[in-house]
Each structure stands twice: as structure tokens, then as C-alpha cells.
Design a protein. Structure first.
Length: 211
């Protein structure tokens, strides 16, 4: 799915189905990061790092530990930017050389309605009115509230490595389109992202060319 959303400069890897055995294939430094986590978190982390290794190999880079920063974000080798995502039954990674892409962010979610009350806590009234109009005009092609949530997650994951800050509520607004794109305003900077709904999943991606 990611290959349909990202520019050619990005390398992606995805996996579906059951997650690998927790800890399988991790470097010791990675294993140390999740040693005390519960089994589910360790399995998610393991699956994400497996995708990261495949994606990095597709850039021609050797396997190396992908540790975490202060907000839990992946720390990539010098000269690389990237993003990891996972949800039930799906996990993915996208990476690129910073000479090609200044940043990228991806997110995956089940194509299902958000839990009651969550949309109000992460979106503005203008964003909710926008997706209500989309739902009326375009019908149930996708769960619009979940798409909006996913697009904001992808935009935030794109923004954090560039600025060292997660966008504040008032600094990030997203307006999806029925054509598979969305417009994100990040503290006054306009970014266009892309989305895809397929096989019960919603996947979103934001990238910005270097320079």
C-alpha cells in the first residue's frame, strides 16, 4: 500500500498477519529498550524493526540498531529519515535519504469508526464539519473520522523530527479530500499528504522533498 503513496525516493516495507515472536532478530540495544514491556508491545516493536531493516536494505544500507528518541520516535542512521507504523495485522516502515526527502511520516489504522468521544479530543469543529460534508457527498467510501485521525498522526510524525516538537492542537489542521489526498496546515506551513483505504486498512503518508 505504501508504494502507492510515497515518492520514488522512499523505500518501504510492509508485513501482514501475525506478528513475529517478540525479540526475534533484535539487536541487543533494541532488546534493552523493550525488555520490561508487555508481550504485545515487544511484538509490535519487533515487527516494526523487521520492516525497518528491510526498508533500509532497499536503500542499500546495512542492518543497524534503530533506537528511540525522547518521544519514542525512531532514530535513524545519519543521512536517513523515516517513519514506522503498526496496527492490528499490519506494520510498515518507510525511509529515505535526507538528500532526497527532508522528512516523511506514515500511519496505519483499521478502517473503522473511532471510539466514541475521541474525534472531539483531537480535531477542531472546522475539521469535523469538513468530514461531515465529505461523508454526505462521497458516502461511506472510508471511515472519514478514522482517516482524519490517521492523517493527523502521519503529519505529526513527519513534523516532529524536523522541529523536535509534536504539533500542538492549534498548530495542526487537516482536511482530507475524496481523491486520495489531504491538506495539512502545520503551524502555517502547508503540506499535501496522500491516503489509501484498502482491505480494511487506512494508510496515510506525508513527505517533503529536500531543498
Amino acid at each position: 500500500m505504501l508504494a502507492d503513496l510515497l515518492p520514488p525516493a522512499a523505500a518501504a516495507a510492509e508485513s501482514l498477519g501475525p506478528e513475529p515472536e517478540p525479540g526475534a532478530g533484535l539487536f541487543p540495544a533494541e532488546e534493552a529498550l523493550v525488555r520490561t514491556a508487555d508481550r504485545r508491545r515487544r511484538a509490535e516493536f519487533t515487527a516494526g524493526r523487521a520492516c525497518a531493516r528491510t526498508a533500509l536494505a532497499r536503500l542499500g544500507l546495512p542492518a543497524t540498531p534503530v533506537l528511540t528518541g525522547r518521544a519514542g520516535e525512531p532514530r535513524w542512521p545519519d543521512g536517513v529519515t523515516g517513519s514506522i507504523t503498526h496496527c492490528a495485522g499490519y506494520r510498515a516502515c518507510a525511509v529515505a535519504r535526507t538528500a532526497d526527502l527532508a522528512g516523511l511520516g506514515i500511519d496505519a489504522e483499521p478502517d473503522a469508526r473511532l471510539p466514541a468521544g475521541l474525534i472531539e479530543s483531537v480535531t477542531s469543529g472546522a475539521e469535523r464539519a469538513w468530514i461531515a460534508r465529505l461523508a454526505a457527498a462521497a458516502g461511506p467510501a472510508v471511515c472519514w473520522d478514522r482517516l482524519l485521525f490517521s492523517a493527523k498522526e502521519a503529519a505529526g510524525k513527519f513534523w516532529y523530527p524536523l522541529t523536535g516538537q509534536w504539533p500542538r492542537f492549534e498548530d495542526l489542521t487537516v482536511f482530507p479530500g475524496p481523491d486520495g489526498t489531504f491538506e495539512a496546515d502545520l503551524a502555517g506551513s502547508a503540506v499535501t499528504g496522500r491516503w489509501l483505504a484498502r482491505a480494511g486498512l487506512i494508510v496515510t503518508a506525508v513527505s517533503w522533498a529536500a531543498g
